[in-house]
Design a binder for this molecule. Structure first.
Ligand code: KMH
Ligand code: ZN
Length: 310
């Protein structure tokens, strides 16, 4: 792994894992998403990873028009790096998912490195009451839902976004996804420094055990050497333990309500900024420094915040 001098905090503010009834603090409207992203950046996040939702129902929405209202506010009020999802929701296919990144040309977009059965249904054991009709079937349907990211899908997203100078946050949910990324590196379709986001604790992907974290790191080191920057995210209750463990090993970290609604056991986080502050405390107590947006841009070879279409 390329040595990380400073630690990049990414904050993923809303995503498509959780549904609005699970937490009153999950950002849904453009105003809420903008405030969450700006608050996270003020707390120390160099990068914000963004999805859009329908403001009435909270359903994931990958139309570029759904992103524009909050992107413009964030850009006016913060110099943080804006990262747009191409994962959207597991219910969508790649052609729909890539539209915001293709149209809006962000500095960085997520790219999911493998097909998987993204299991959200265990959350039905904790959350029983839903205010919108779509929430329960969305979670229940994940038992049998394929989050499709074939080699062809990945090639399509790369080919569509690369011409805009957009770089990628490679979301790797398992060891095999690192090998898929290595395959694209061999073919010259992705360029170092690779921003590898290792995802731990999603049902259907690798678990959150320290051995899993160590194995991910070892494998990425073997495949990519100094050509990558490592970042980690732990889903749900694994968020802070994984961040602490991996930051001590030299990783960058991702937090945010997209991946965990919690600030401590049984206590909902009241904002994205609260999780950023908590992880920042962990990082600084390890004697490490957090990266500014411009330091993150330099470390990851991003094109700069002025070269986007919003
Ligand atoms: N919530 C992450 C585990 C994407 O947006 O491309 C998955 C994610 C996918 O962030
Ligand atoms: Zn996401």
């Amino acid at each position: 792994m390329a040595k990380t001098d400073k630690v990049i905090i990414t904050c993923a503010v809303t995503g498509a894992i959780h549904t609005p009834s699970m937490s009153p603090h999950l950002p849904v409207t453009p105003q809420e998403i903008a405030e969450a992203a700006i608050g996270a950046a003020e707390a120390g996040a160099a990068i914000v990873h963004l999805h859009a939702r329908n403001p009435e129902t909270g359903q994931p929405d990958q139309s570029p028009e759904a992103f524009l209202p909050f992107l413009q506010v964030i850009k006016q009020r913060s110099d943080c790096v804006i990262n747009l999802t191409t994962g959207g929701s597991p219910t969508m296919l790649a052609e729909e998912r890539l539209r915001p990144a293709a149209t809006l040309a962000p500095e960085v977009a997520s790219l999911n490195m493998g097909t998987m059965n993204f299991g959200l249904y265990p959350m039905l054991e904790r959350f029983k009451e839903f205010k919108h009709d779509w929430e329960r079937p969305y979670l229940e349907g994940s038992r049998d839902r394929i989050f499709r990211n074939t080699f062809a899908d990945i090639e399509t997203i790369l080919a569509t976004c690369d011409g805009n100078g957009t770089r990628f946050e490679f979301e790797c949910y398992d060891i095999g996804h690192l090998y898929t990324l290595a395959h694209f590196l061999d073919r010259g379709l992705v360029k170092p420094p690779l921003f590898v986001q290792s995802v731990f604790g999603i049902l259907g992907g690798i678990g959150p055990h320290p051995e899993d974290v160590a194995h991910m790191r070892r494998t990425a080191d073997r495949l990519f050497g100094k050509d990558y920057k490592w970042s980690v995210l732990g889903a749900g209750r694994n968020q802070m333990p994984i961040a602490a463990m991996a930051a001590a090993m030299g990783a960058n970290v991702r937090v945010g309500l997209e991946d965990s609604l919690w600030i401590r056991p049984r206590q909902l986080a009241e904002s994205n900024a609260q999780q950023v502050k908590q992880v920042r405390g962990i990082i600084e107590n390890l004697g490490l420094e957090i990266a500014t947006p411009d330091e993150a841009r330099e470390m990851l070879a991003f094109k700069g915040g002025d070269a986007v279409n919003f």
